[in-house]
Unconditional design. Structure first.
Length: 213
């Protein structure tokens, strides 16, 4: 008997009708897809693999996701929303200025530490963004949104000159993205949480150096 894929609370927000019977199956397909991608890689994801994993027909999978590309995009959208929810949570408990900027960085790494599978799938998204316009456009969209959020926080840090603020926002984004990718590409280890914590500490130190420059 195949066990059900665990469902994240954010899954319900991705479907207009919530998680009623039909949409719950769609969410289960999505959740299992993320697990397969994280554990076995992009080549392992197929209608056949999902039908066997969830004990449903391939046509049932295709009914919810007419193409693997649509499934991959939905997985990317979910993972992005998940990561953003951690950032928003950290920001909701922070003060203004530098404390808020630290919270933004910390939120990304808390997501990384608690959602290792999602983080590994995001690495696949970067590959897809280098190959397909749909994913490249989505990557540009989320990076622009991230820069805008960082820029707004930097304005609280008394960085009022627009060009300088834009450059610094890009530097902070690159710092966070680079630190996260360094964690993800490391060989599998049972020290994942410690690795992420160490990288977060380093990123926060670099953040302070950047703001003092």
């Amino acid at each position: 008997m195949t066990s059900k894929a665990p469902l994240h609370p954010l899954m319900a927000q991705m479907f207009s009708s919530g998680l009623r019977k039909g949409e719950r199956k769609k969410a289960e397909i999505l959740a299992r897809s993320i697990g397969i991608l994280a554990e076995e890689g992009l080549d392992a994801l197929s209608y056949d693999r999902l039908s066997k994993a969830l004990n449903i027909s391939k046509s049932h999978v295709a009914y919810h996701f007419p193409s693997l590309s649509s499934l991959l995009m939905k997985a990317t959208e979910f993972i992005t929303a998940s990561a953003q929810s951690y950032v928003v949570q950290e920001l909701s408990h922070s003060g203004a200025g530098m404390e808020r900027l630290e919270a933004y960085v910390r939120g990304n790494f808390v997501w990384l530490k608690e959602q290792e599978q999602q983080a590994k799938v995001f690495l696949i998204f970067y590959y897809l963004a280098s190959q397909q316009k749909e994913f490249a456009d989505f990557n540009l969209k989320i990076r622009n949104a991230s820069r805008e959020r960082i820029s707004a926080i930097l304005s609280e840090c008394k960085i009022s000159e627009p060009v300088l603020r834009a450059k610094m926002a890009q530097m902070v984004l690159d710092l966070v993205t680079g630190g996260a990718l360094e964690c993800i590409i490391l060989p599998p280890s049972d020290k994942w949480e410690r690795t992420v914590d160490q990288k977060l500490k380093l990123c926060l130190e670099q953040l302070h150096l950047l703001l003092r420059a």
